[in-house]
Design a protein around this ligand. Sequence first.
Ligand code: ATP
Ligand code: MG
Length: 564
Amino acid sequence: METLTPKMNFIREIIDRDLESGKFEGRVHTRFPPEPNGYLHIGHATSIILNSGLARDYKGKFNLRFDDTNPSKEEQEYVDSIVEDVKWLGGDFEDRLFFASDYFPQMYDWAMQLVKAGKAYVCDLTPEEVRAHRGTPQEPGKDSPFRNRSIEENADLFERMRKGEFPDGSRTLRAKIDMAHPNLNMRDPVMYRILHTEHHRQGNKWCIYPMYDWAHGLEDSIERITHSICTLEFEDHRPLYDWYLDQLGVYHPQQIEFARRTLGNTITSKRKLLELVKENYVEGWDDPRMPTVSGYRRRGYTASALRAFCDEIGITKVPGISDIWVLENALRNELNKTAPRVMAVLKPLKVVLTNYPEGQTEEMCAVNNPEDEAAGTRKVPFCREIYIEQDDFKEVPPKKFFRMTPGTEVRLRSAYIVKCESVVKDAAGNITEVHCTYDPATRGGDAPDGRKIKGTIHWVSARHAVPVKVRLYDALFTKRNPDDVEEGHDYKENINPASLEIIEEAFLEPSLAQAAPGARFQFERLGYFFADPKDSKPGAPVFNRTVTLKDTWAKLEQKPAGAK
Ligand code: ATP
Ligand code: MG
């Protein structure tokens, strides 16, 4: 694992103070509490990395807890994917995988305790009436006509709610706090609602379900969490979090809020991500263009690069958008050191070396990674006919074009210096072949007389090339804020029509035929590529471009929405 020195942030300051004062007996215990109603996205990833990172750095503990208190949208498929993603991100919850729904009996007993203390009551108002009684920030709410039921009646009705005697929506259990409280969350909030719905884990055991605010603090308390870290929108709910725990007199964790992380050119709403999947804008939750953890994984991102990104953007109280290039740079920095370099030609142009012996093959020695001496060298076959990138040849070169062009010399990486002598064209005038001569005295690519060669290009031997499918991914949205649309329009109109380009037959150096699924390479001068673990077959890898070598964002920003 990488050895990043964690940056100081306000959460670490709070923890340091708590450790010093002996609060929580010197323990640090965090959790990640997803609702299993979708796949995890990059925002969730930052939260997992934060919470599990704090536990690791302070030698504490980290729990994975499913907040599965809402039965209608939750599915086992989501549970499984979340467990896989949290582990992949390095969130080490050991044997502490919990489900909030397993605490339902304890939560029910605690609710009954509040009923018996006169601090909760059964209310027969409909959801609409509850809302109408609530008041506004300027006006106090109105007491429910059921607020002064006797403790005995409340206890009896609450028990019968649990037994299933009443239909959905007919009654709720509410906390008896203050209908004139300046914080609307404190105006007799609902604790339980009736919902005759099967639960993905509890089956039909329950027909009353706890509300988030009631449940969450109890879950934290049961697990003896010390620092319950959540996003800013829960700041106004903290008084309620504290109220419940104080009334019960149980162990009381500290809730701390930080600003949600968002990424430019990216959507992180679960509802919208589900829509992209359901309506086939992408090929699934793990489509390499999706901002899901599984999407990044399949694109070829590493968990360590995501951690480096989180460290870079830090933790604050101020919401902000991070640019994708910050994320991409974190990945490039890592892959530059770790990904072996290979040669691949995505859009081939044939080059014939007219003075090279026909039928001859040489083994050229290529360096695997100049950033990593231990990576060593490999042999790359060379012969009379090779492929180069179409873009690397120009019959009429623009200024400062130092690649292949008639009459000038160019270096073939790790091979020879060659010179273009002529081109072959088809009837339509398209160049089909380039004819060069090579200088046999320059084996390895260096001129013994020290003459300067400005350009170096990559190549693949035509006879030995392995044809492989390569997918070039780009940002899914053209706009930095995809939700920025005029009225009556939709974020989907900002989908980048060029987010995927498929090359059915790219030519790769032969060493890549056996690339293991999940292996990462730098295709020289083209970018970092990942052998897709799902689509690669033995001897027939499929490569995803993870990221280009250089930042291309400046280019994309200029594209009008919807343009190719
Ligand atoms: P919703 O609750 O609306 O379905 P959610 O994104 O809050 O969506 P949860 O499963 O409740 O989904 O999220 C689990 C945890 O991830 C929460 O603690 C939440 O605060 C955190 N989280 C979600 N999105 C982000 C984000 N963009 N940045 C940081 N943390 C996030
Ligand atoms: Mg949530």
